[in-house]
Design a protein around this ligand. Structure first.
Ligand SMILES: [Zn+2]
Ligand SMILES: [Zn+2]
Length: 178
């Protein structure tokens, strides 16, 4: 199956992921249990839409809902949340410390990627961050030198990276991009 279809079939949507993240965060002080109204406030949406989102999560065995409308993550959902949070952390560090994005932009972009990136890619990313933080001076120098680097795409479209669809030239044409 094509990759983008596979995510709809067995992955979580971005919205569903953030419901689970909210339940985890709010439940920390109450033995894992979170109130529907608190989840709604936390996500800035109505209680009605939280309830609608909880339906399929309950069906998939990812959340428990008790008679007082309190919600708790299943062990499987807790594992998924922990994984997303670890991916977010590694992505934020990579985007800010290596690519040089502002913390705000790094946080926005890692939020978009955190639930989609594969375990293998995330694992290699964590290893890369450990590599550059480790004792190898060449690794540290690579990052320092890259942070100073501002390359350009050649105007003749003959670019080794972009294969004729030069991104840097494209972004330069869009006002406000970058
Ligand atoms: Zn997100
Ligand atoms: Zn290029």
């Amino acid at each position: 199956m094509e990759t983008w279809k596979k995510f709809d079939a067995d992955g979580l949507t971005h919205s569903a992921t953030h419901h689970l993240l909210a339940i985890e965060e709010l439940g920390r002080q109450y033995g894992g249990w979170a109130r529907v109204s608190d989840i709604a406030r936390h996500l800035g949406i109505t209680r009605g839409s939280v309830s609608i989102s909880l339906g399929p999560l309950k069906e998939r065995g990812l959340v428990e809902v008790d008679e007082h409308r309190m919600v708790k993550l299943s062990p499987q959902a807790q594992t998924m949340v922990d994984e997303v949070l670890a991916k977010r952390e590694a992505l934020e560090r990579f985007l800010s410390q290596v690519l040089g994005l502002t913390p705000e932009q790094a946080s926005v972009d890692s939020c978009k990627i955190e639930h989609l990136i594969s375990p293998r890619a995330a694992e290699r990313l964590v290893q890369f961050m450990k590599f550059i933080a480790g004792g190898d001076p060449a690794a540290r120098e690579l990052v320092q030198r890259f942070r100073q680097y501002e390359g350009d795409c050649p105007t003749d479209g003959n670019c080794a990276v972009c294969q004729g669809k030069c991104l840097l030239a494209r972004l330069a044409e869009v006002p406000g991009a970058g």
